[in-house]
Design a binder for this molecule. Structure first.
Ligand code: HEC
Ligand code: HEC
Ligand code: HEC
Ligand code: HEC
Length: 487
């Protein structure tokens, strides 16, 4: 017992002595050692100083700004051989299309090199703190993903989408960006790539700064499974939201379309298709904050809806958005349960045509099985499509998760209802009402390709938004799930 304690004390002492004596000395000697390693093992391929030059004059990416470019854990992993090649077709693809087997150093050498870079290879052009990673919202990242594609970035760089690596493998792989890059370096690089890699096949995009920021936000989520998104509705503005101020905003800005009492009958409404939402029928308290925030702050297209629903962020600011949401929640509670039941009872006994007028004038759901369908017919090339997936348990489960929970901009359940009968909580606000997938008599005549087309494109002039962000595979999973709801 005594002896063991003695050993512990002694080893603790040694550790303390080690700690006390080492910092200054070993740091300096580590740096010397790192310099030696770099001189002996790295500079034959990499430059540590000099002016940006064409890839076609280099053997390997420049490390001139290595102290600003990488996250340290990634750098250590890279140097100790734990990372996949970045250039699948070789950095100098003009000489050889094989990826390089990179030289490997020990963990302590890698740490010494990382320290050396941090001390000697900082890039003065990079402003520390220029990019605030803690303010990236889910919406911004997914918008950045679209901008990444719209600006051809996917043409030369690979990314990870739904677990698949896609894109042209010509330049640096970007699927691990969030683990690899320092966000401030990435932002500075994005402002003008030619400051780093001139005459290398690089591309200068015609993107605004907000777009660039969204792209960077998107890239920084690549390879990070538990990325912590910013949720604006948890900000201080929402903590002090005022129903009274929201009421004034509603009158000044919203009622011109949505009407003074939220009936969707403001002066602009007569000329709009689709019509402004009937707020009076929406139980706002039950809507996900993310959805509400996005449609009001970023506008209709942010949730796959009409661009005639403006984006209000610039006009009323974060406080205004918070206030008007507080007003919507305090004021509009949805249709009373009785009203929906009465309208359902009235329409279910009517012949289809009368039911059509009844439902489309009042909006909302009914118990009628076969719904009047004015939905535009998909082009022939879509109508002939059949579901390429087998209806396995996995596929149905994946479809169910999308339908009930995860589909963006909004889960199908919000409108089509938990059972798929068209009676979701938003259904009552929509005319025409959401499709009733439980009605076999109607669904059997709608081809797979038609369902596919409407899910991708939306049904213009109705509440059915476009889900253009869903991959083909996910849409087919949804279609199997929808088909499984029929009775
Ligand atoms: C034989 C040439 C060669 C040697 C020697 C070499 N590298 Fe590399 N290095 C490359 C190439 C080529 C790449 C591009 C990576 C790829 O193709 O996947 C690279 C990539 C890197 C990267 C990532 C660069 C980026 O941002 O894309 C770092 C960091 C790096 N090397 C550090 C080192 C260090 C430190 C040493 C010395 C211990 C070293 N390299 C030795 C050729 C070399
Ligand atoms: C025409 C091909 C092409 C397109 C399009 C393109 N890039 Fe690049 N990109 C390159 C080349 C070439 C480099 C320089 C590195 C290299 O030599 O491969 C580069 C470098 C980069 C780097 C730094 C890589 C590193 O680790 O050093 C990032 C980040 C990047 N591009 C992002 C983007 C984004 C974002 C877009 C879209 C706005 C885009 N790229 C569009 C070819 C392209
Ligand atoms: C210029 C006309 C216009 C103004 C002004 C306007 N909206 Fe809208 N709003 C629309 C239209 C049109 C839609 C329906 C979009 C669709 O269904 O594609 C809509 C939809 C909505 C929705 C979505 C409901 C749903 O179906 O998910 C909300 C919430 C909303 N508006 C809130 C507001 C608020 C809050 C304001 C004021 C700050 C406002 N709107 C001002 C036209 C307008
Ligand atoms: C905001 C409400 C809303 C959401 C969310 C919504 N839908 Fe719809 N959906 C509708 C409405 C309203 C219709 C009826 C459109 C019409 O009559 O043309 C519809 C119709 C459809 C149709 C019928 C197409 C046809 O040709 O008859 C399909 C399929 C469909 N939705 C699938 C989905 C899927 C899958 C999701 C989720 C990924 C979804 N919807 C989410 C409101 C919504």
């Amino acid at each position: 017992m005594n002896m063991r304690r003695g050993i512990i004390v002694v080893s603790a002492l040694i550790a303390m002595v080690g700690l006390m004596s080492s910092p200054g000395m070993s740091l300096a000697s580590d740096q010397m050692a790192a310099k030696d390693i770099l001189q002996q093992n790295c500079v034959q391929c990499h430059r540590l100083e000099g002016k940006p030059d064409s890839r076609f004059n280099l053997k390997a990416p420049d490390l001139i700004w290595a102290g600003s470019k990488y996250r340290r854990p990634w750098l250590i992993d890279w140097l100790t051989g734990k990372e996949a090649p970045l250039y699948a077709k070789g950095y100098r693809w003009d000489l050889s299309e094989a990826p390089l087997k990179h030289p490997v150093v020990s963990a302590s050498e890698a740490n010494a090199i990382a320290d050396y870079f941090a001390a000697h290879n900082k890039d003065p052009r990079v402003t520390v703190g220029a990019y605030d990673l803690s303010k990236v919202t889910k919406f911004e990242a997914s918008f950045g993903g679209m901008a990444f594609k719209a600006h051809a970035c996917l043409g030369c760089h690979t990314i990870n989408e739904d677990g698949k690596i896609i894109g042209g493998p010509q330049s640096s792989a970007l699927q691990g960006s969030g683990q690899r890059y320092d966000q401030d370096w990435l932002f500075r690089f994005g402002l003008n790539p030619q400051d780093f890699v001139p005459h290398s096949g690089e591309f200068l995009a015609d993107a605004t700064e907000p777009q660039l920021r969204a792209v960077i936000g998107y890239l920084m989520t690549q390879g990070v499974d538990d990325f912590k998104y910013y949720e604006p509705w948890t900000s201080p503005e929402f903590g002090v939201a005022s129903v009274g101020r929201g009421k004034v905003i509603y009158k000044e800005y919203c009622s011109q379309c949505h009407g003074a009492t939220g009936k969707g009958d403001g002066p602009a409404a007569s000329g709009l298709d689709p019509k402004p939402a009937i707020h009076a029928n929406i139980p706002f308290e039950k809507l996900p904050m993310e959805y509400l925030y996005n449609v009001i702050n970023h506008g209709g297209p942010a949730i796959g809806k009409s661009p005639n629903m403006p984006y209000w962020n610039l006009t009323i600011g974060q406080q205004g958005v918070a206030d008007v949401i507080a007003y919507l929640k305090a004021t509009f509670k949805g249709l009373p349960a009785g009203a929906a039941a009465v309208s359902a009872a009235a329409t279910s006994t009517m012949p289809t045509k009368a039911a059509a007028t009844a439902t489309s004038s009042s909006g909302g759901q009914s118990d009628a099985c076969v719904q009047p369908r004015k939905t535009v017919m998909a082009p022939d090339s879509f109508l002939v499509m059949t579901n390429p997936l087998a209806a396995s348990a996995d596929v149905l489960q994946a479809g169910k998760t999308l339908f009930q929970k995860s589909a963006k901009p909004a889960a199908c359940v919000m409108c089509h209802g938990e059972k798929g009968d068209g009676k979701g909580m938003m259904g009552a606000a929509l005319a025409p009402p959401p499709r009733n997938f439980t009605c076999n008599a109607m669904m059997k005549d709608i081809p797979d390709g038609q369902l596919f087309w409407i899910i991708k494109k939306g049904s213009p002039g109705t509440g059915m938004m476009s889900f253009s962000g869903l991959s083909d595979e996910k849409v087919w999973q949804l279609i199997h799930y929808i088909r499984s709801l029929g009775r």
